[in-house]
Design a protein around this ligand. Structure first.
Ligand code: AMP
Ligand code: MG
Length: 277
C-alpha cells in the first residue's frame, strides 16, 4: 500500500474535500481480505513492540484525532490488539481539569509522552487546544493561533530527543457520523458512549472541519507528519494505520540487546542445577 498518498506534505496545502472518507483504493481486495491482512500486520506489530521494549532505545508516539464517533477507540483496539500492555500506554485527554487549566496547555501532555522502549497512543491530544478550544471560543484567537508554532516546536524537541511521532486524522463524513450516533442510541452495548452533547458538537461540523484542515496544514512536518486516513470503512482505516505503525517500527532496525558474556558458562551451570530423573 502506498500510504504516502494520505500523508499531508510539510509544504503546500491540502483540502479535506479532496480526501474521500469512503475510499479503499490502496487495498486490492474485499473487506474479508482486509481483515485477514490486518491479522498478519498485527502479528508483526506484536513482535516489533516486544523488541522495542527489550531494546529500550526508541520511543513512539501515536496521535489520534477525529470528530466524535470518528473511531479513535476502535483503532486503538484493532491496531494494538496483541501488544504487551507493559510497554504500551494509552493517554486520553478529556476536558482539562482545574489543575490542568491552571498550567499551560502542554503541561498535561508532556507528562504522558513515551519513555525509551515505550509506545504511547494519544486518544485526543494537545491538538484539542486548536480544535475544541478554537471552535468553542474557549480562548481568544490571538491565544490559540499562536499554538500551531508552539506545537511544532514542542514536537520538534521531542523528535530531537529521540521520539518518533505519527499523527492520524480519522476522516469520516457527516452521514457516517449520523449512522454511528444512531448505532450508539440503538445498540445496548454502545449506549454508554452516547452523549446528547455529541449532537451539539455535530452542529459545528463545518467549523470543526475547517479547524482540522488548518491543523493538518499547519503542523504536518517531515519529523511529525499527519496522515488523513479514510475512515468510513473501519477495516480500511485499521489497515492503513496498522501498516504505517508496522513500517515505522520496522524502520527502527531493532535488535535484541547484547547478552552478557560467557553465556555458555551459565548454560552448563544451570543444566547442573536441574534435577535429572
Ligand atoms: P470523549 O473523548 O468523548 O470522552 O470527550 C472528551 C471531550 O473533551 C471532547 O468533547 C473534547 O473536545 C474535550 N476536550 C479534550 N481536550 C480539551 C481541551 N484541551 N479543551 C477543551 N476541551 C477538550
Ligand atoms: Mg465522546
Amino acid at each position: 500500500m502506498k500510504v504516502e498518498k494520505y500523508r499531508v506534505p510539510s509544504k503546500g496545502k491540502i483540502s479535506l474535500k479532496d480526501f474521500d472518507p469512503n475510499e479503499t483504493a490502496l487495498f486490492d481486495g474485499s473487506k474479508k481480505d482486509g481483515v485477514e491482512a490486518l491479522v498478519e500486520i498485527n502479528a508483526d506489530i506484536e513482535k516489533l513492540q516486544e523488541q522495542l521494549y527489550a531494546e529500550g532505545k526508541h520511543k513512539l508516539l501515536v496521535v489520534l484525532q477525529a470528530t466524535d464517533t470518528g473511531g479513535k477507540d476502535g483503532t486503538i483496539r484493532a491496531v494494538f490488539e496483541h501488544v504487551n500492555p507493559q510497554g504500551v500506554k494509552v493517554a486520553s485527554f478529556k476536558v482539562p481539569s482545574s489543575v490542568e487549566l491552571a498550567h499551560d496547555y502542554l503541561w498535561r501532555i508532556h507528562q504522558q509522552v513515551p519513555a525509551k522502549g515505550e509506545i504511547v497512543i494519544f486518544n485526543r491530544s494537545h491538538y484539542e487546544d486548536v480544535l475544541a478550544v478554537r471552535v468553542h471560543g474557549l480562548a481568544p484567537e490571538k491565544v490559540w493561533s499562536k499554538r500551531y508554532e508552539h506545537i511544532k516546536d514542542f514536537e520538534r524537541m521531542l523528535t530531537d530527543e529521540g521520539t518518533t511521532i505519527l499523527k492520524f486524522f480519522l476522516h469520516i463524513d457527516e452521514n457516517e457520523q449520523a449512522e454511528r450516533l444512531l448505532a450508539r442510541v440503538e445498540d445496548r452495548t454502545k449506549q454508554w458512549k452516547f452523549s446528547p452533547g455529541d449532537l451539539e458538537e455535530r452542529k459545528l461540523w463545518k467549523e470543526y472541519q475547517a479547524a482540522f484542515e488548518d491543523m493538518v496544514n499547519k503542523t504536518s512536518m517531515d519529523w511529525a507528519p499527519w496522515y488523513v486516513v479514510p475512515s468510513n470503512k473501519k477495516w480500511y482505516r485499521n489497515l492503513v494505520i496498522a501498516q504505517i505503525v508496522r513500517d515505522t517500527l520496522k524502520g527502527f532496525e531493532m535488535t535484541y540487546p547484547t547478552p552478557v558474556e560467557n553465556l555458555e558458562q551459565y548454560r552448563t551451570l544451570l543444566k547442573g542445577m536441574i534435577a535429572s530423573e
